[in-house]
Design a protein around this ligand. Structure first.
Ligand code: SF4
Length: 588
């Protein structure tokens, strides 16, 4: 292996074998988002469906992973069951450090195992074990059994697993990572499921040498970065109330999606505010490995047994997106009830935002007579968390034809049953910000259809001049900056600290001065490579839509402006086409 290539473990599930290959150039691909896209370019089958056994499921870290605080995320690259195009999803937990200590910068799962299996990747051994007995088990049971089955590997060990939704091939099944983190959006759980992989265990069981030409200089820089991370307001912002602190400000700005986006403000939102969760339910903070911030808020769920005399206490993580999706969007304005729904979402292994928004659509569709009890089986009603608990089980297990269709996405169900106007889908089910046209245009077309692709929801919250050209320039530039971070692979909460100058110092300290000098060029290339992969798998930005419901929203800034939204979207389509343009022969 050259010091400038990535070390990649490729597991051939059908043959029960693995190989270790040297891949790419760090100075060009950076890692994470860039490395995953390059691996998809090599191993992916753009024209075959997502469920083809030879489609790769890629997990990639970056060249700063494990060497600096909050360089703690992993990028998953795969062809998505949601839209059958190339997609990315990001997760924290212990996985990034486990991969670094196992000695692999990427793990690629190829082929399909004959029977359900658990895969173990470590520095000394790679094993594939029969896990047939776990098929059908929920995420928690699977975690408990897998921890015992691979008990020998301690230290940096990470456990990825899927629930029933990944087995029934929901378009938004997630991969649970170390209980509290997820590859949430766009269905990576079903990519694992279709490969017959119930769990992946990564053991970081080797040593890691101090990087770079001057270990003392590296150690000094590490201390400085660590201090910066803990001294800034980022620490208190994300550690204390955390993202649940957004609920009240968004409600006050009339930007909180409530009851399938029929409202954006409701005084009852105080019942699911970050403050309410902190006062009544918060028991501890948790953190991804190597992170001093600890933004993961864990609440206490008191669960009563059927005989009504005994209780068990469960620990459930929450943040703004979860509160929005199974709280506000479903009209469940009671923190304990919302937490119970989050717990069920975890068990089934579905993406919480897609599941919550899909059930919100189903509730309004039932109210309007578009569907009936014959489909939903339970009388779904905003605020009634008990029926939503049952519906989540049905969604995860694909109980009947209606739930199997809803598990392919709210818009898929709306196209079949009716009610497309009020399906809150922007490329995928919306995120928790009804901030205005700029965000709606961005999420409906952006690379991951994620609220984290750019800071567009923040853009809407500032007074701006509705200049569509300026908004699109912001999308492209902000995405490029984020692609650099998600290639390295940093937690995006650290973007205020990891400015370019500091990133260059970090890269020099780990022995990558050439990349430090060409960061912008490399980020630009990786941004384009990602879009090329999306286009090669069939993306047509002009065909995306923004349903009517979004135009009915009223925020602090007033009614939505259709002409501005259309202008932003048509200009953004042109910009995306430019980013995804195929490379001319000889110029790649
Ligand atoms: S800030 Fe939160 S999400 Fe980011 S690395 Fe730390 S614990 Fe993980």
């Amino acid at each position: 292996m050259s010091e400038h290539t990535f070390r990649v473990c490729i597991v051939h599930l059908d043959e029960g074998k693995a190989e270790i290959v040297s891949f790419g150039d760090r100075n060009r691909l950076i890692g994470g988002s860039g490395l995953a896209a390059a691996l998809f370019e090599k191993y992916g089958l753009p024209l075959e469906p997502w469920s083809h056994p030879d489609q790769p499921l890629i997990f990639a870290i970056g060249c700063l992973t494990g060497y600096f605080p909050l360089m703690s995320k992993v990028v998953a690259g795969f062809k998505s069951p949601y839209h059958d195009q190339y997609a990315e999803s990001h997760a924290g937990g212990r996985l990034a450090l486990s991969m670094r200590f196992a000695g692999f910068e990427a793990i690629v799962l190829r082929g399909r195992a004959r029977v359900p299996v658990a895969v173990h990747v470590g520095s000394r051994a790679i094993e594939i074990k029969d896990a047939n007995y776990l098929w059908g088990a929920n995420v928690f049971t699977t975690g408990r059994v897998i921890r015992r089955a691979f008990s020998g590997s301690s230290g940096h060990r990470s456990i990825l697993r899927i629930g029933p939704a990944g087995e029934t091939l929901s378009a938004y099944a997630c991969i649970n990572v170390d209980t509290f983190r997820h590859f949430g959006r766009l269905g990576s759980g079903s990519v694992m499921g279709v490969k017959n992989v119930k769990a992946l265990v990564v053991s970081g069981d080797s040593d890691m040498e101090l990087p770079g030409p001057d270990p003392k200089a590296y150690a000094k820089l590490f201390q400085k970065v660590h201090q910066d991370m803990t001294a800034t307001e980022m620490m208190s912002k994300y550690h204390n109330l955390g993202t649940p602190g957004n609920v009240i400000p968004l409600n006050e700005l009339s930007s909180l999606p409530i009851r399938n986006l029929q409202q954006t403000r409701d005084p009852d939102a105080v019942g699911i505010s970050g403050e309410k969760f902190a006062e009544d339910l918060l028991i501890r903070n948790a953190a991804c490995a190597g992170c001093p911030v600890g933004c993961i808020h864990v609440g206490m769920l008191r669960e009563q047994f059927q005989d009504e005399h005994r209780f068990q206490i469960r620990q459930v993580s929450y943040d703004h997106e979860l509160i929005f999706a199974v709280g506000a969007m479903l009209g469940v304005m009671n923190a304990s009830h919302a937490l119970a729904l989050m717990d069920e979402v975890e068990k089934q292994g579905v993406d919480v935002m897609s599941a919550g928004v899909a059930l919100a659509w189903a509730t309004e569709a039932l109210q309007k007579g578009v569907i009936s009890l014959e489909e939903t089986e339970y009388p779904l009603a905003f605020g009634d968390h008990k029926n939503y608990l049952e519906a989540l089980w049905c969604l995860g297990h694909g109980k009947n034809e209606f739930y199997r269709t809803l598990a392919q996405g709210a818009m898929v169900a709306a196209k079949k049953y009716g009610g497309e106007d009020f399906a809150c889908v922007l490329g995928q089910e919306m995120a928790g910000y009804a901030s205005g046209e700029t965000f709606f245009a961005n999420q409906s077309m952006s690379f991951r259809h994620s609220h984290l692709d750019t800071g567009s929801y923040g853009y809407d919250q500032k007074k701006h001049d509705k200049d569509a050209a300026k908004a699109v320039a912001f999308f492209v530039e902000d995405e490029r900056e984020r692609v650099l971070l998600t290639s390295l692979v940093s937690c995006l909460f650290a973007r205020g600290v990891y400015k370019k100058g500091l990133l260059a110092e970090c890269l020099v300290s780990v022995g990558l001065p050439d990349l430090a000098a060409s960061m912008d060029k490399a980020a630009d290339e990786m941004q384009r490579l990602r879009w090329r992969m999306r286009m090669a798998t069939g993306y047509e930005p002009e065909k995306t839509t923004v349903p009517k419901r979004f135009m009915e929203v009223e925020t602090w800034a007033g009614k939505m402006d259709q002409a501005y939204l259309d202008d932003v979207r048509s200009r953004y389509a042109v910009a995306i086409r430019d980013l995804g343009r195929p490379v001319e022969p000889g110029k790649g």
